[in-house]
Ligand binder design. Structure first.
Ligand code: 5GP
Length: 180
């Protein structure tokens, strides 16, 4: 597949992404064997990753979805988070895994994990496809992390810029002139 004209370079091909999803699923299958786990998809960015991931899990999986938005400019969050769509069910005494596309400053996940912990689950862990540890502002424990990405704005495989590029099968760095 040709690189989209708005992208600078491909960071991860669809084959590299598939191998990463496989490795994350293997770890989850080992850690949650025999358990019932609520897999929480953070819409919309994590949706493509989530659909690939859950089909590789072999424990008892329940699905739910949340939509959160963080206030900030187009490419960086401010830390103030608003829950636009909450979970449909109570997570009291449940094992919960939050499935995220990318942890950047950590502000969104830090807020969300505190919010979910207050609901009394048995456990809450984060599973993210990508992590940008160099940009961290809030301390957050990311138990399952697929790949570390450099400090660049990436799109594709569910991730957008102004709602575009989510359908790209690879993850690419967006050209700076697209958002600056
Ligand atoms: P944080 O609160 O950790 O700074 O930001 C988390 C959210 O910001 C992610 O869920 C994602 O929606 C968005 N985000 C952070 N970095 C990127 C990026 O490189 N590309 C895209 N498309 N979104 C990003």
């Amino acid at each position: 597949m040709q690189l989209h004209k708005d992208c600078k370079r491909i960071l991860y091909t669809k084959e590299q992404i598939a191998a990463t999803v496989e490795a994350l699923a293997e770890r989850l299958n080992k850690d949650y064997a025999g358990k019932t786990v609520l897999m929480v998809c953070i819409l919309k960015g994590a949706s493509v990753f989530y659909c690939d991931l859950i089909r590789k899990l072999d424990f008892d999986v329940r699905l739910d979805f949340m939509s959160v938005s963080s206030y900030g400019n187009a490419t960086a969050s401010s830390g103030a988070v608003c829950i636009r769509k909450d979970l449909d069910i109570s997570i009291k005494d449940m094992e919960v895994v939050v499935v995220e596309d990318i942890v950047d400053s950590g502000l969104t996940m830090s807020y969300l994990i505190d919010n979910l912990r207050a609901r009394g689950p048995k456990s809450v862990n984060i599973c993210t496809l990508m992590d940008k540890p160099s940009r961290r502002k809030a301390e957050v424990e990311v138990k399952y992390s697929g790949m570390e990405v450099p400090d660049a704005f990436v799109v594709g495989y569910g991730l957008d810029y102004a709602e575009s590029y989510r359908n790209l099968p690879y993850i690419a760095e967006l050209k700076e002139e697209m958002y600056k």
